[in-house]
Design a protein around this ligand. Sequence first.
Ligand code: SF4
Length: 64
Amino acid sequence: MVIEADPELCVGSGMCALTVPDLFDQSQDDGTVVVLRPVPADPELDDVRDAVRRCPSGALKLTD
Ligand code: SF4
């Protein structure tokens, strides 16, 4: 599974970085999402799904 983030959709809410700080951060410039590691480990997948659900702008996807 691979995390995809669309910075054009991101509104910089920071929910992803709060939910899974090992995998997401926010740009120092504009607060948009930075994916630190696009391929999560299996035990991290539930947390990543949570982050995708909590993202208010639909900027995150978890794909095969
Ligand atoms: S939760 Fe969504 S909108 Fe908020 S910083 Fe992360 S990707 Fe951007």
